[in-house]
Design a binder for this molecule. Structure first.
Ligand code: ZN
Ligand code: ZN
Length: 264
């Protein structure tokens, strides 16, 4: 099983050096599972050697365009390509309504001679609260994270916790640093892929490098950082992290790449 970062940048990524933070999990028998599908997906998939025909399963963490904006591209391409089946779409139950009504329906609702809905394009799997879904025998647990609080409510946003070939992975997706809420996932994970803002002007809705820097060494040594801004990056390895994930970087779970204890 391989884990490929099609991009590792933030929503504000520009140019072709990096793309939105979307990943592909690729099974040994060649099945691909897309984790988040931003508006960069038509470029990032192509550059990594894939196309819409490779996408049979998709997870969406939340509704920002760098995570869900590419679903129109994938949905329309697979719908009108007779060689494609409807992709499976996994997402938390509280996202599905808004994904269609507020995000996708404008461009996807009307086709010649018909009115369509989300199910017309995708086999939708709405995941219950504190629950999980399975793909290729792997159980993906949804982890509620805090990302944007609009003053009335915290928008739904869900990271993933899963185990591949004995390696426990916590993928935060877009998240603030909320150790108190998700302590067990930070502790249990062998590897943590963490949202990391590097902007000199912190937004408050993402964990910032300076906050992550203050974490205990035993957590930092498990951490790969992603979803960062364009421009110069701090020396994350020197600071005790695994490093910043580069576009195209691939983690092969059949090889041992776990953090060594010597880094502590
Ligand atoms: Zn994002
Ligand atoms: Zn976001």
């Amino acid at each position: 099983m391989k884990f490929v970062f099609l991009g590792s940048g933030s929503a504000f990524t520009v140019g072709a050096d990096n793309f939105h933070s979307n990943m592909l999990l690729i099974s040994d028998r060649g099945k691909s599972f897309l984790i988040d599908c931003g508006s960069d997906i038509r470029f990032s998939l192509l550059l990594a050697g894939f196309s819409h025909t490779d996408i049979s399963d998709i997870y969406i963490s939340h509704l920002h365009t760098d995570h869900a904006g590419g679903l129109e591209f994938i949905g329309l391409n697979t719908k009108f390509d007779p060689t494609c089946d409807r992709p499976n779409l996994y997402l938390s139950k509280d996202l599905a309504g808004d994904l269609w009504e507020r995000t996708l329906s404008g461009g996807m609702r009307s086709v010649e001679g018909d009115i369509l809905d989300l199910e017309s394009y995708f086999k939708v799997h709405k995941i219950d609260r504190n629950s999980y879904f399975e793909w290729e025998g792997i159980q993906f647990n949804l982890v509620k994270v805090t990302h944007v609080n609009n003053g009335y409510f915290i928008i739904p946003s869900y990271g993933l916790f899963f185990e591949v070939e004995g390696v426990k992975v916590f993928l935060t997706t877009d998240a603030r640093l909320t150790l108190e809420d998700n302590a067990t996932f930070y502790e249990q994970a062998d590897l943590i892929f963490h949202d990391c803002e590097t902007s000199p002007f912190p937004s408050g809705v993402h964990a910032h490098y300076h906050e992550l820097l203050a974490l205990p060494a035993e957590i930092k040594r498990k951490m790969w950082l992603y979803h960062y801004q364009p421009g110069a990056l701090p020396d994350a390895e020197k600071d005790g992290f695994q490093g910043f994930v580069k576009r195209g970087q691939t983690f092969d779970f059949s090889n041992s790449f776990l953090p060594s204890k010597e880094k502590v």
